[in-house]
Design a protein around this ligand. Structure first.
Ligand code: TRP
Ligand code: ZN
Length: 877
């Protein structure tokens, strides 16, 4: 974990492994204080490596008890240990058997990487480089092996023993201990190894694949959590069916186990046949889970299940190819969720997420391509760029070649690369071969960082009835990549007549007009498209469905208003309303900075009134359309952000809209009151979303008692939390009472208590920093639990910009203090949390100086983890 001079790993340095491992036998003697791990590796010299190359085994924090080569104990002089804990052994024959015995201490492992304990149970997390914390091994994804695992443990305390693959016998081990054996018939890289053991109970079901394999499904949780697994199980079965229906991909083992754990670094992990999940993405009940939580569970369950083919059967050659599995699997889970609910609303939410997290990353010090060129700590590259932008790039290819060719490409990709560790080229080549379309230019999307800016200009000639649309692209420089090339940008578009009616289009050179949406491909820096037979000057609707992850610039306000009302594409309608509001708000921010009055654009109230009038058709869409651009989104539009002014403008606008539209907002709020039983389908979720959006405007307009009444009478977490978060921004007794009531009601439920911390961390009140510091010492706060650390520290630094950026610098100081305290406990989470300080270049000098000072203080901390070192040192460059 700690190094003096962190080494940079480069993609161009890839070299194949010197030895392959055909089979692995692992034997765990589980004990929280000292676990013994015996490993037997069947080694074979890689034909691709030099004949005398030594064997290199990664290791991290292992106590070696013994090593035997071909049955003979290796003397110390044959074992060359390096400073990072790895082990090199020279002089092997081409075929060899290595047996090692090591000791590890799961109960003191706070990094949650490798084998660790949580609530007295045992769990592993091996991606990306955690397996080396369990045993000596070539811990790299291009070494794929067949695993047999035996686990021995105390029968009373550790009744359940799980690993990858299928169960293969269990029995007594004497002295109150028992044993279980697992065999995984599929070769896999070490990062997919998993072991879960402890006092757990299963919620079970079955699934029959379409070729007739009967699969046992189990979700393993702590006693008492059994009644909150139904939604996760339903989501799993729907995912299994969807992957068969859409891609013809079936499950390939007799059991599929999911284990839920409350101490977990990320969302979930796709270990072969034994997924390990953060409890946040498994457990849900009406009382305790918000609609967002229900949707998150469906998405993450699907995501991990889909990895079985995109990630596990076909895996990555090296970690630079991470988006090969993550971008593709996010694309697959997005499409799954779109098919399960409203496609338009899902797309809006995904784009919102991309802009909130990935666009700022692409414009900041950690900007990197979807396929990075180098890293110090691979953990730092599980990013919105690799995941979300990676999914957008897969979507670009899908758009370019069409759904049918894409499906053929997936068939080809899985057939050609099954049981292999491959690269992004293997994916693109399969798509190219299946479609017959040259996709070589799309590598630009994988290899170039930064968000392209797309500008459109047009002209209409009434004499020739020609409409000329000119598209231009430009990508700003990013660290290490000063010069950018054009990338292929599919622009899905249509034309609207002056009356708002959609028009057929015919490009010069085409024989027939095309109705509806068509896709133009911008390949160079600038290109003009000439449309014929256009009867009157049209309004172009561009980037329908957000057909490329770019920033579209220069659409006039008049056109935005027009498109928001008339376009046929729901994404463009939403987007145009959003961009209109953003443009108005940015102007107000400038006014605020000049000390001028803020004013109000009546068109915004008009748009709200129109949306409310039509909301009955699609409440979920209406809720999206009524949500003002977020503070982060606005900050990202500014060269130098002004978080305090942005917050003031947004509050002002919310109150003003609330006042002007009060009767309509109130009528919608009342009409949407839940009468029947609680449901979590798209319509019910949409109704709650819209109703709570109305509540937010009404509260901003001064209707305080309404939120209190909703909080007091809510029968589900969505409504309760929506009301509480509004109350949390207010002053007075009702606020304190509501927070105290909520805490008393939920103090036994960690996932809900996380929400209680977050709401207070995000409350935009002048005492926010003091409140956050107080919560940091609250008896329920636990820095070691990643969910809890994120719920306070992350929620404050990322979710409360106007207070985090307080000019006193106290917000920055709090974050740096927390990161310094957390780094020795869990460097991976510390490195993630430090991110917001890295955005100092986008803040005014007074703030930037304070932010840099805190970054420097973190950097000066002795024994910093390499992940935090990388983030902080790159931010200071
Ligand atoms: N592969 C996981 C996913 O996206 C991500 C993951 C889970 C992870 N745990 C991790 C990545 C720990 C790095 C470290 O589905
Ligand atoms: Zn994933």
């Amino acid at each position: 974990m700690k190094t003096d001079t962190p080494v940079t790993i480069r993609r161009s340095d890839y070299a194949p492994p010197t030895f392959l491992v055909d089979t692995v036998e692992l034997d765990f003697d589980l004990d929280a204080a000292s676990t013994t791990v015996r490993a037997k590796l069947a080694l074979r010299r890689n034909p691709a490596a030099a004949a005398d190359a030594p064997l290199h085994l990664d290791g991290d924090g292992l106590t070696l008890v013994q090593a035997k080569l071909d049955g003979v104990v290796l003397p110390p002089e044959r074992l060359a240990f390096a400073g990072d804990g790895s082990l090199t052994i020279a002089g092997l024959l081409d075929v060899a058997v290595l047996e090692t015995v090591v000791r590890i201490a799961p109960e003191t492992n706070t990094s949650l990487s490798g084998l660790y304990t949580s609530g007295g149970n045992f769990y592993t997390q091996c991606e990306a480089e955690g397996f080396r914390r369990i045993t000596f091994f070539p811990d790299r994804p291009d070494v794929m092996s067949r695993y047999t695992v035996t686990i021995t443990a105390d029968r009373a305390r550790v009744p359940v023993l799980l690993s990858n693959g299928n169960p293969d016998g269990a029995g007594d081990a004497g002295e109150g201990r028992h044993r279980a054996r697992w065999v995984d018939p599929h070769p896999k890289p070490s990062y997919l190894f998993a072991l879960v053991a402890g006092d757990l109970v299963a919620v079970s079901d079955r699934f029959t694949t379409r070729s007739g394999r009967d699969v046992a499904l189990n979700i393993w949780v702590r006693r008492g959590d059994e009644d909150r697994c139904g939604h996760a199980m339903d989501s799993l079965k729907r995912s299994m069916t969807w992957d068969e229906d859409i891609y013809g991909l079936e499950y390939d083992l007799d059991v599929f186990n999911i284990a839920a754990v409350s101490d977990f670094n990320m969302g979930a992990m796709e270990n072969k046949g034994l997924n390990v999940f953060n409890t946040k993405y498994v457990l849900a009940s009406q009382e305790s889970a918000t609609d967002g939580d229900w949707q998150g569970i469906e998405t993450v369950i699907a995501h991990e299940y889909f990895h079985n083919w995109t990630g596990n059967r076909v895996t990555c050659r090296d970690w630079f190819q991470l988006s090969l599995k993550e971008g593709l699997t996010v694309f697959r889970d997005q499409e799954f969720s779109a098919d399960m609910g409203s496609r338009a609303v899902k797309r809006i939410r995904d784009v919102r997420g991309l802009r909130a997290a990935q666009f700022p990353e692409d414009a900041g010090p950690m900007a990197h391509p979807v396929r990075p060129d180098s890293y110090i700590e691979i953990d730092n590259f599980y990013t919105p760029t690799v995941y979300q932008k990676g999914a957008e790039v897969v979507r670009l290819i899908h758009t370019r070649i069409g759904a049918t060719a894409f499906r053929r490409g997936m068939d080809l990709y899985t057939a050609r690369n099954d049981n292999q560790a491959v690269t992004i080229e293997d994916f693109v080549t399969a798509m190219q071969d299946a479609s017959g379309i040259d996709l070589s230019a799309f590598y630009g999307w994988y290899d170039q960082a930064g968000t392209p800016e797309l500008t459109a200009s047009d002209s209409y000639d009434p004499a020739t009835r020609r409409f000329t649309l000119t598209l231009r692209q430009q990508t700003p420089p990013t660290p290490g990549q000063p010069d950018k090339h054009p990338v292929p940008i599919p622009v899905a578009m249509g034309l609207l007549g002056p009356d708002g009616a959609p028009q057929a289009t015919r490009l010069a050179g085409e024989n027939a007009a095309q109705p509806g949406t068509r896709t133009l491909l911008l390949e160079g820096t600038e290109q003009s498209f000439v449309f014929e037979d256009v009867p009157a000057p049209p309004v172009p609707s561009l980037l329908r469905g957000f057909s490329a992850p770019v920033r579209l610039r220069g659409v006039t306000r008049d056109r935005l208003r027009f498109l928001a009302v008339h376009d046929t594409d729901p994404f463009v309608r939403w987007e145009s309303g959003l961009q209109y509001a953003a443009s108005v708000m940015l102007e107000m921010v400038a006014a605020q900075q000049r000390g001028e009055p803020l004013g109000f654009d009546a068109a915004l109230a008009e748009a709200v009134a129109n949306t409310l009038a039509a909301a009955g058709d699609d409440p979920a869409f209406a809720a999206e359309a009524l949500s003002l651009p977020g503070e982060g989104f606005l900050a990202d539009q500014m060269e130098i952000a002004d978080p305090v002014a942005i917050h003031a403008v947004r509050q002002h606008l919310r109150a003003e809209i609330g006042r002007r539209c009060r009767p309509a907002l109130r009528a919608t709020y009342d009409a949407l009151a839940e009468t029947g039983p609680y449901r979590i389908d798209g319509t019910a979720i949409g109704r709650r979303a819209l109703r709570n959006t109305c509540l937010a405007y009404l509260t901003a307009a001064g209707d305080g008692p309404l939120a209190k009444a909703q909080f007091d009478t809510a029968t589900n977490m969505t409504d309760s939390l929506a009301a509480l978060s509004l109350l949390a921004d207010t002053d007075g007794a009702a606020r304190d009472k509501a927070l105290a009531t909520f805490h008393a009601r939920w103090r036994g439920d960690d996932l809900v208590l996380d929400k209680w911390f977050s709401i207070q961390a995000m409350a935009a009140r002048p005492d926010a920093i003091a409140a956050v510091r107080a919560l940091y010492t609250h008896p329920d706060f636990d820095l070691r639990n990643p969910n809890r650390a994120r719920s306070l520290i992350g929620a404050f630094a990322s979710g409360n910009p106007s207070q985090f950026h307080d000019l006193s610098g106290e917000g920055y100081r709090f974050l740096a203090d927390a990161v310094i305290a957390l780094d020795p406990i869990n460097g991976s989470i510390a490195a993630r949390l430090v991110g917001p300080l890295g955005q100092w270049r986008r803040q005014a000098a007074a703030r930037g100086t304070l932010m840099r000072r805190e970054l420097q203080r973190v950097l000066d901390t002795p024994n910093l983890s390499k992940g935090t070192f990388e983030k902080v040192s790159k931010a200071l460059l």
